[in-house]
Every structure is written in C-alpha cells, then in structure tokens.
Design a protein. Structure first.
Length: 163
C-alpha cells in the first residue's frame, strides 16, 4: 500500500482507556479456556498480550516477531512479504502438553500474519492455540477466535503506543 493510499484512508485514534476495555473484554471471553501462556505478535500484539495476561493472571508471555510491512527509506510502511525474525523456543517441552495458549495481535487487517504464525506453531507444537485481536477488518482472510470490534477496511487504526 502506498503512502497516498494510506493518507486517503480514514484515520481513527484509539486511546488507552479504549484499549484497556477491549483487552478486559477479550480476557473475560477467554477466561474459561484455561490459558496458560500468551504469545504476543511483535510489535503490535505485545502490549495487548501483556494487558490480557495481567487480566488473566497469566505469568508467561512469549513473543513471535513477524513483519508483514516493510519500512521504506522515508519512513513509510507498505505491505510486503511476511517473514519471521523471532521464533518460539525450539522443542520447548512445556509447549507440547496440550495446554491452551492464546496468540494475540492488535489487528487482523489482511489476516496474513495470523495465518502465517498459526500454520507455523501448529506444525511445531502439540497444544491448543486460540487467537485474539482487538480489531478485525471485514476483508481479512483470517478471523481470530476472539476480537473486540470490527473496523471498516478503509480505516487506518492508530493505537496509543504509536506516534
């Protein structure tokens, strides 16, 4: 997506109180699953993953680093190829016990990141993975198991941790 296309999108800034409420709602929805670990997708999913973990009293928060946007020389992010730059520990024995784990991202925009990560972890670990995001867009190819709100495809979401 070019800078012009991003600029033409409607922008909506969400504040910390909104994000806190969204994470609390997701935590309530997943509380019966017995989540033992939460995986935040870096970068956008790390903060919601931590908030949800605190609400669920889950101590272990792991991260997977995935990039689906590329940063150009002038600081503009555009959609690119997905690549993983940080993985979960290889053959981690505690992750093969069939426990419930929650994978969290900030938004399922196109859905490619969620699909990429879920395909990767389910092939490697024998556990129950669930997915959650604060927002989803109608055009996403991956609908998380849990989300707080749908936003229009043409909306550019600005989170409080972004400048």
């Amino acid at each position: 997506m070019s800078w012009i296309q991003i600029w033409k999108k409607s922008k909506k800034r969400y504040n910390w109180n909104y994000i806190e409420r969204a994470c609390e709602d997701i935590a309530c929805e997943v509380s019966e699953l017995g989540i033992t670990r939460i995986i935040g997708l870096s970068r956008g999913g790390l903060i919601p993953a931590t908030i949800i973990a605190n609400k669920l009293y889950v101590r272990e928060v792991l991260s997977i680093g995935v990039a689906s946007y590329e940063l150009s020389y002038d600081g503009i992010e555009t959609a690119g190829n997905i690549h993983t730059y940080q993985r979960l520990p290889v053959n981690c024995p505690v992750m093969n016990k069939g426990e419930a784990m929650l994978i969290v991202d900030d938004i399922s925009d196109k859905g490619n990141t969620f699909k990429h990560v879920l395909d990767s972890v389910t092939a490697q670990y024998k556990t129950n993975f669930y997915t959650a995001s604060i927002f989803t867009k109608p055009g996403t190819c991956f609908k998380p198991d849990y989300h707080y709100k749908d936003v229009p495809n043409d909306q550019w979401v600005i989170f409080p941790w972004e400048t």
